[in-house]
Design a protein around this ligand. Structure first.
Ligand code: DTR
Ligand code: ZN
Ligand code: ZN
Length: 315
């Protein structure tokens, strides 16, 4: 779902103006500044289709997609096949943790200034207890759909776009830390921002924005202001997800979160709906974290916010 976004309406109007100008439908000065390309709507039906695939993978592989188990590698193979077919340059990074082999999936969109890399990522692994559809199929599916939408729209950003799916986050951000540590100092300096998406479809959702880098934080807040949703600063997860290794390396980070085992207050229920006195995700790290453990509205809104930020920060 897309609505007008403050600060972007002008861009949208400019895009309209140029469109109309080229059709001769209106007269008047052409926009002075180069046009930013407005982010497309991320199709939540496509995101849910990815979640259905991840659920099927877990079901076919012992009920989980955990590090070192067959369900994790099958999840990575699913995403990689889609990205290869869409024209991305993919890399599978292998590491060992707890005596088991782990993998990161990195997908570069050809083009853009490789001295300014905008990254969006999510952990692809689940806990061993279940399929991990909200934690973190939701983030992984939305990042995958954003990447596929870049390809589908043939978006040509000014900056270089890189997408990532991390292994072994549940063991302590092992995969993302392995990736950051594998970068040279020069290559770390080229990453202008890392956006993290870990649990963005919680069944009793909150709308939390990471308060690490102010520019990234404001970008997300602008999106939610544009759709009339109040956000809160994310305080539960400092250091608890894959943005932490990037932040520790001095790279600007941000992200979105819809809540885990903390309890929704009455004030939060009043502004966001849902049920006060209950966890944002009562199936956190449990076998009930399946495709029925997703709030479609939260997944839709956070997916669109993801796309908005990727387009905005890379244009
Ligand atoms: N997604 C959880 C880690 C986690 C718990 N709270 C937050 C807040 C923000 C980001 C991540 C988290 C996990 O992977 O277990
Ligand atoms: Zn988890
Ligand atoms: Zn997680």
């Amino acid at each position: 779902m897309k609505l007008s976004i403050p600060g972007r309406a002008g861009t949208a109007a400019m895009v309209t103006a140029v469109t109309l100008l080229t059709t001769g439908a209106i007269t008047g000065a052409a926009p002075a500044s180069p046009l930013a390309v407005a982010a497309p709507d991320l199709l939540v039906a496509n995101v849910k289709a990815h979640l259905a695939q991840l659920q099927a993978i877990a079901t076919a592989n012992g009920g989980n997609r955990a590090h070192g188990r067959t369900g994790y590698k099958a999840s990575l193979d699913y995403a990689k096949a889609k990205l290869d077919a869409a024209g991305f340059t993919t890399t599978v990074q292998q590491f060992t943790s707890g005596g088991r082999t782990g993998y990161n999936l990195i997908a570069d969109w050809p083009g853009g200034d490789t001295n300014q890399v905008v990254m969006a990522g999510s952990h692809l692994d689940s806990v061993t207890a279940g399929a991990g559809i909200n934690d973190n199929g939701s983030g992984s599916a939305a990042v995958l759909e954003a990447a596929l939408t870049v390809s589908r729209t043939q978006y040509q950003p000014t900056k270089h776009l890189r997408f990532a799916w991390w292994g072994a986050e549940e063991l302590g951000m092992v995969g993302s830390r392995y990736y950051v540590n594998s970068l040279t100092t020069a290559n770390r300096a080229k990453i202008s921002g890392y956006l993290n998406f870990d649990m963005i479809g919680s069944p009793n959702p909150g709308y939390f924005v990471y308060d690490d880098d102010p520019t990234i934080e404001k970008t997300f807040q602008n999106y939610f202001t544009g759709i009339g949703i109040a956000t809160e600063i994310e305080t539960e997860g400092d250091g608890r997800s894959d943005h932490a290794p990037f932040k520790n390396a001095g790279i600007p980070v941000g992200g979105l979160f819809s809540g885990a085992d903390y309890i929704k207050t009455a004030a939060q229920a009043a502004k966001w709906g849902g049920t006060s006195g209950r966890a944002f995700d009562a199936c956190y790290h449990s076998s009930c974290d399946t495709t029925s453990n997703i709030n479609d509205t939260a997944l839709d809104r956070n997916g669109d916010a993801l796309a908005y930020a990727v387009w905005e920060l890379s244009s």
